[in-house]
Design a protein around this ligand. Structure first.
Ligand code: SF4
Length: 407
């Protein structure tokens, strides 16, 4: 064997060692999903269908999923056995912050373990009683130049069309908007928002969000998209939604047919844990992508859910398989009632540092902190530059090796 091949093989073996632990984690996760999680969700689904006297057809109908949301402790306790103290705590928190989950999302939960990430994202917790944080840390109320509009940048803006969502995520950063009522913005407000965009020739990118805009009936949603699309200076339209995750039944062939009339259109979703990447969710994403709509994922770092380098890697690699590009990872905002999900920037950066080199660049989103007072996104990067001046730059590789470049 020649020397170069020998060195290459030694390097390959070192590289394998770097990824060995992750491979073991991934094997275990996939085994547990196939042997335990999938079996349990199927069982839960059958129990739910029996309870509601429904069948497969109803399960796949998003209207049915919405009509049968589980939002009271007494109904939840028919499926998940709650202790007396848990029951009381759920009621106490529900009185403060409402909650709801679709039968589909409930079927993914672990009925024995409230710390399972899917449970934590959907069910109330006593930790929500911690009153630190703010209701509107982004000061959205001060970046609202017209009804339904949030504007933080020179040439793009957000139009919030509804406050309704299929599920009220416990980590929701817009609690103040979605946590109180299900309100679709009035035609008059939408008309004023469209008028504002028409009169702002610099706006080339409009993000339609909420709440969740896909909660709107197809016709109503199309009416909004059509009007935005008709504005000459609007180059792209984006939709922010979590329904492919919490109620994938919403992604019907009719919906994607309608959306595909309005290219260039982009859809961003929010998967936070690989357990959310079920067959149904992946099928929903494939349907969207097959209609020529590029998809991106906006994960939020959440303690107990995904503050783990292997969980993030597995999620991002799974998303790529579903043809969803990991786009952003948001640092959690300090929203009242969500303190238990917060992590430090330091912890987030460690995970980002690990990803570089251990997975392909496509699986590495940008880590973003939203500045307080609506001052916009700040990209957070691990430190790779040790020192730099006009003559040289000293850098660190993904493995922490120092390299120097002289000019
Ligand atoms: S889908 Fe989004 S807006 Fe709705 S509750 Fe969840 S995080 Fe909040």
């Amino acid at each position: 064997m020649d020397e170069k091949r020998k060195i290459s093989l030694e390097r390959a073996s070192q590289l394998y060692e770097e990824i060995e632990d992750y491979l073991a984690f991934k094997d275990e996760f996939l085994r547990e999903t196939a042997e335990i999680r999938d079996v349990l969700s199927q069982k839960h689904k059958e129990e739910l269908l029996n309870f509601f006297g429904a069948g497969e057809k109803e399960w796949n109908d998003w209207h049915w999923q919405l009509r049968n949301r589980i939002s009271s402790v007494s109904l939840l306790s028919k499926f998940i056995k709650l202790s007396d103290s848990q029951y009381r705590m759920f009621e106490e928190v529900s009185a403060k912050y409402r909650w709801a989950t679709t039968p589909y999302y409930l079927s993914l939960m672990d009925y024995e373990d409230m710390t399972y990430p899917i449970n934590m994202m959907a069910l109330p917790s006593s930790a929500e009683n911690d009153s630190s944080g703010e209701l509107d840390p982004m000061s959205e109320e001060y970046t609202n130049p017209a009804p339904c509009i949030t504007r933080r940048y020179p040439n793009r803006l957000i139009i919030n069309v509804t406050s309704s969502c299929a599920m009220f995520c416990r980590h929701c950063q817009r609690r103040r908007r979605i946590g109180e009522s299900d309100r679709i913005e009035s035609e008059e407000n939408i008309a004023q928002a469209i008028e504002y965009i028409k009169n702002s020739r610099e706006i080339r990118d409009v993000l339609i969000t909420g709440g969740d805009p896909l909660m709107l009936p197809d016709e109503m949603l199309e009416n909004i998209i059509r009007q935005v699309r008709a504005i000459e200076h609007v180059e792209i339209v984006r939709i922010g939604t979590r329904l492919p995750v919490t109620m994938p039944q919403r992604i019907t062939p009719e919906l994607v047919d309608m959306l595909s009339k309005y290219h260039p259109l982009f859809i961003n979703v929010q998967f936070n844990h690989p357990g959310e990447l079920t067959k149904e969710a992946v099928t929903a994403c494939e349907r969207i992508v097959n209609a020529g709509i590029p998809m991106g994922n906006q994960m939020v770092f959440l303690k107990g859910i995904n503050n783990d380098k292997y969980v993030v890697q597995l999620l991002n690699e799974g998303l790529l398989k579903a043809r969803v590009r990991p786009y952003y990872i948001f640092h959690p905002k300090q929203v009242k009632g969500t303190k238990h999900f917060e992590i430090t920037v330091e912890e987030g950066l460690k995970i980002m540092k690990y990803l570089r080199g251990h997975t392909s660049g496509l699986a590495i989103p940008q880590y973003i902190l939203n500045a307080p007072n609506g001052l916009g996104k700040i990209p957070l990067l691990p430190r790779y530059i040790e020192e730099s001046d006009e003559d040289h730059v000293k850098l660190l590789t993904w493995e922490g090796r120092e390299v120097e470049i002289e000019y």
